[in-house]
Design a protein around this ligand. Structure first.
Ligand SMILES: [Zn+2]
Length: 431
C-alpha cells in the first residue's frame, strides 16, 4: 500500500479499536460509483476486516461507504458495532477485594479474546472494570457464572488518501483553502505530511463520528486532530511543518468556504478550551468581514472581487486588512468580541505563508548611504549590504530574481524601501 505513512499515523493515534477497515479511493471508479466492481471491492474489505462481527453487508450500506470514500478522503469515521453472542466467565476467579486489579482485568480480557480475537485487547480499562463490577454485583457471594452480553466494539472506517490529497502541496492547499502557487514553499517532505495527516485522522477515530455536527463541535473535533498532528510533528523535530499547518488552519477561516476547520487560533492559544461561542462566531465571520473590508476600501463591488485581488495582489490585500483592523472595523456592532484576535492571527499567518508579498522588515533596519568610504558610495540597510538585506526579506520563490535585479535598481536611486520593490514587481497585475 502506497499510503503507509498515513496508515502508520492512523494506527498510532486511534486507540482501543477492534478493527480497521481501509478503503482506498484510488481503487474506486468514480464515474460509476455503485458499480459491481466498486461494491465487490468495498464489500470484500468490510467482510475481511469485520468477519467476526458481521457476515452480511447490504448494497445500500456498501454504497454509503463508497460515497463516503469518494467524497471525503482521507478521513476516519468511528462506529460502534454489536458483538454477536455472549461470553461466560467464572466469577470465583475474580478477586472481590481488589476489583480493578491487573489480574482481574487480564482474566476478563483473556476470556473476551477467547470469544473473538482482539475483543479483550480493544477494550479500555474502564470498559473492563464495568464488566467486573457487573459480574461481582450479579454474584455477591463470588460464585457461579456470569454472562457478558450486549457488547459493543469500536471500529474505524478509514478512507486512505485520494489522488488529490496525497502530496504535501495538495494537503497544504486543502488545509489553507489557497492554491499551492499562492503559498510559499511547503516545508517538510510528503512522508511527513502523510504521517501528520494520519495522526490527525486517527484522532477522529477515538470518538464517535457525528452525522451532522455543529460548527462548534466540528472545530473542537478538528482541533483535537490537529493537536495530535502537531504533537507528532514537534516530537519529531518538524517545527517548521507544525508552524505551517497552524498557519494554514488560520488562513482557512477566510479562504475555504466554511469555518469547520478554523482551528488555527485555538492551536496558537489554549487548544480545545479556546473554542467557545465567541470563537465560533469569529471563525464564522472572518471570511465575510475581511472580504467586505477589502471590497469596500477599493470599491471592488463584491467579496468575489476581493478574492480576485487576493490572487493578483496579495500584498495590497493584506495591507488593506491591516488598515481596516487599525481603524477598528473588526470590533463593535455585530462583530464577535474575539474577531480582532482572529484577524491579527490571520495577518501574521498570511505574511508567513502567502507568496508574492514582502515579509515584515526586521525591526531596527535603517538604510544609510556612506559617501565617505571611498570613491563609490555603499548602501547598507539594517547593518548589511543592500543585496543581502533584500535577499533576507525576499519571498523565497523570488529570491533569484530579486537579488539579480536589485543591483542596477539601487545604482539608479539612492535608497529604495522594500515596499517600493514590491510595488515595482507587482505593478503589472495591480487590481
Ligand atoms: Zn479532521
Amino acid at each position: 500500500m502506497s499510503d503507509s505513512d498515513f496508515i502508520e499515523g492512523v494506527n498510532a493515534s486511534a486507540r482501543n479499536v477492534f478493527a480497521f477497515v481501509f478503503i482506498d479511493p484510488k481503487l474506486l471508479d468514480p464515474r460509476d460509483p455503485h458499480s459491481a466492481d466498486n461494491r465487490n471491492y468495498v464489500r470484500g474489505e468490510l467482510l475481511s476486516a469485520l468477519s467476526d462481527l458481521r457476515t452480511n453487508f447490504p448494497d445500500a450500506e456498501v454504497d454509503r461507504v463508497i460515497d463516503g470514500a469518494l467524497s471525503s478522503a482521507p478521513s476516519v469515521e468511528r462506529r460502534r458495532l454489536d458483538v454477536p453472542g455472549s461470553v461466560s466467565i467464572d466469577v470465583s476467579t475474580l478477586d472481590s477485594r481488589d476489583k480493578h486489579s491487573q489480574a482481574n482485568r487480564d482474566y476478563i480480557r483473556g476470556e473476551l479474546n477467547g470469544h473473538i480475537s482482539n475483543l479483550g485487547r480493544s477494550m479500555t480499562d474502564q470498559q473492563v472494570d464495568d464488566i467486573i463490577d457487573d459480574a461481582l454485583l450479579s454474584s455477591p457471594s463470588g460464585t457461579g457464572r456470569f454472562a457478558i452480553r450486549n457488547l459493543k466494539v469500536n471500529i474505524c472506517l478509514v478512507n486512505t488518501q485520494a489522488e488529490h490529497s496525497d502530496s504535501k502541496n495538495e494537503l497544504a492547499s486543502t488545509a489553507s483553502g489557497i492554491r499551492t502557487a499562492r503559498l510559499r514553499p511547503v516545508p517538510g517532505t510528503n512522508a511527513i505530511w502523510d504521517r501528520a495527516t494520519g495522526e490527525h485522522e486517527g484522532e477522529h477515530g477515538n470518538r464517535d463520528t457525528l452525522t451532522s455536527p455543529t460548527t462548534k463541535l466540528s472545530i473542537i473535533s478538528e482541533t483535537r486532530g490537529d493537536l495530535q498532528a502537531l504533537k507528532w510533528l514537534r516530537d519529531n523535530g518538524h517545527n517548521d511543518v507544525a508552524q505551517a499547518l497552524t498557519d494554514y488552519r488560520v488562513l482557512s477561516a477566510v479562504h475555504s468556504r466554511d469555518a469547520s476547520h478554523a482551528t488555527g487560533v485555538a492551536l496558537i492559544g489554549s487548544g480545545v478550551s479556546a473554542v467557545n461561542d465567541d470563537y465560533v462566531k469569529a471563525a464564522e465571520q472572518m471570511r465575510s468581514k475581511i472580504l467586505t473590508a477589502v471590497s469596500n476600501e477599493h470599491n471592488l463591488g463584491s467579496e468575489r472581487n476581493a478574492l480576485r485581488m487576493f490572487e493578483y495582489n496579495p500584498g495590497r490585500f493584506v495591507r488593506t486588512v491591516e488598515r481596516a483592523l487599525a481603524r477598528g472595523e473588526f470590533s463593535g456592532g455585530d462583530a464577535s468580541p474575539a474577531l480582532e484576535t482572529h484577524v491579527r492571527a490571520y495577518i501574521d499567518a498570511f505574511k508567513r505563508q502567502v507568496s508574492g508579498i514582502t515579509p515584515p522588515v526586521p525591526s531596527g533596519a535603517r538604510a544609510s548611504v556612506d559617501l565617505e568610504a571611498g570613491s563609490a558610495p555603499t548602501l547598507t540597510i539594517g547593518g548589511v549590504t543592500a543585496p543581502e538585506f533584500f535577499a533576507r526579506i525576499a519571498d523565497p520563490d523570488f529570491v533569484p530574481q530579486t537579488v539579480a535585479s536589485n543591483d542596477p535598481a539601487l545604482s539608479e536611486t539612492s535608497v529604495r524601501t522594500p515596499d517600493a520593490t514590491v510595488q515595482a514587481r507587482t505593478v503589472a497585475v495591480t487590481v
